[in-house]
Design a protein around this ligand. Structure first.
Ligand code: SF4
Ligand code: FES
Length: 271
C-alpha cells in the first residue's frame, strides 16, 4: 500500500504582497494582486467560477477540474484549472466560453459517476446539462478524491491522520494501514469541508467517524453533563489557549457557555 501525502504544509507563492498586475477577465480589465491565482482574482472581483476542491484557507490542489477556464498568454490559449494558474501582467481569461462549459461538463460527468448521490455534484450536473443515467463508475464510492479532508487535517489542524493510499482508480483517502490513527482527534473538520458527504460524523456518547475507523470519547459539560466535544480535541484546545485563562469556559457545552455569558452580561448591566 502506498501512503501518499499532499505536498507542502503552507501556502507559499514567493511573490511580494501588494504588487499589482493588470489582467482581463471576460473583457473586464482588473487590477489584481500578483501571486494570486486566477480563481482568487476572479473571486475578489465577484466573478463566479465553480469549484469543489478549492478552499481559501488551504493550499490549492487542482484535483476536481471544475474550475476550468480559458487563459490566453502571449497569443497562446489553453484551458486550465483557475485555482492553480497564477495571474500575470496582460493575462486574458475567459470563464464561460462554449469550450470551457463543455470541458467542465465532461469533468462534472466524471465526478457524478464517482459521487452520484452527492447534492453538490448533482446540482452542478443539472446546471451543466449532464445527462442523468450516466453509468455509475466502478469507483462510485462517493469520494471525488479532492483532497480537502487531507489538506484541512494537515494544514489547519496540524495533524496527519489521513492521506491518499493506492494509485489510479484505487486511490482513496484513508488512515495508514486502514486502522484508527491516534493522530486523529476526531475534530470533524474533514467532514465539514468534504463536498460530497463521504465522511460521516456520528455523535452519541462517543464520536464515530467510520471512514477513518475512529471512535473517540466525548467530554462532559461541567454544568449540565451533556457530552459535547471530543475529549482529546478539547484537551488540545485548552493547551493551545492556556495563556488566555479561559479553560473554565472551555469545559462548558455551547448552551451552558451562552447562559454563562448572558448571566455575566446581566451582572454588568445591573451595576
Ligand atoms: S472524502 Fe470528501 S473531502 Fe476527502 S477526498 Fe473524498 S470527497 Fe474530498
Ligand atoms: S477547484 Fe480548481 S481543480 Fe478543483
Amino acid at each position: 500500500m502506498n501512503y501518499i501525502g499532499l505536498g507542502s504544509k503552507h501556502k507559499s507563492r514567493g511573490v511580494a504582497a501588494n504588487f499589482i498586475v493588470k489582467i482581463v477577465i471576460n473583457n473586464q480589465e482588473l487590477s489584481v494582486e500578483a501571486g494570486s491565482t486566477v480563481l482568487e482574482a476572479a473571486r475578489a472581483h465577484g466573478i463566479d467560477i465553480p469549484h469543489l476542491c478549492y478552499h481559501p484557507a488551504l493550499t490549492p490542489y487542482g484535483a476536481c477540474r471544475v474550475c476550468l477556464v480559458e487563459v490566453e498568454k502571449n497569443g497562446r490559449k489553453q484551458i486550465t484549472t483557475s485555482c492553480t494558474y497564477p495571474v500575470g501582467e496582460g493575462l486574458v481569461v475567459r470563464t464561460n466560453t462554449e469550450e470551457v462549459r463543455a470541458a467542465r461538463k465532461f469533468t462534472i460527468g466524471l465526478l457524478l459517476s464517482r459521487a452520484p448521490e452527492a447534492e453538490t455534484i448533482k446540482k452542478l450536473a443539472d446546471e451543466y446539462g449532464v445527462e442523468p443515467g450516466l453509468e455509475r463508475g466502478e469507483d462510485a464510492d462517493g469520494c471525488i478524491r479532492c483532497g480537502l479532508c487531507i489538506r484541512v487535517c494537515r494544514e489547519l489542524m496540524g495533524h496527519e491522520a489521513i492521506g491518499f493510499i493506492n494509485r489510479g482508480a484505487e486511490r482513496i483517502p484513508e488512515t495508514p494501514f486502514l486502522e484508527d490513527n491516534p493522530d486523529c482527534v476526531a475534530c470533524g473538520a474533514c467532514a465539514y469541508l468534504c463536498p460530497t458527504g463521504y465522511i460521516k460524523v456520528i455523535d452519541d456518547t462517543t464520536r464515530k467517524i467510520s471512514s477513518w475507523h475512529k471512535e473517540e470519547g466525548l467530554a462532559e459539560c461541567r454544568e449540565c453533563g451533556r457530552r459535547f466535544a471530543p475529549a482529546r480535541l478539547l484537551h488540545k484546545v485548552k493547551e493551545n489557549l492556556r495563556d488566555l485563562e479561559i479553560s473554565d469556559i472551555l469545559d462548558l457545552c455551547p448552551e451552558c457557555r451562552r447562559e454563562k455569558e448572558i448571566k455575566t452580561l446581566n451582572v454588568v448591566e445591573d451595576r
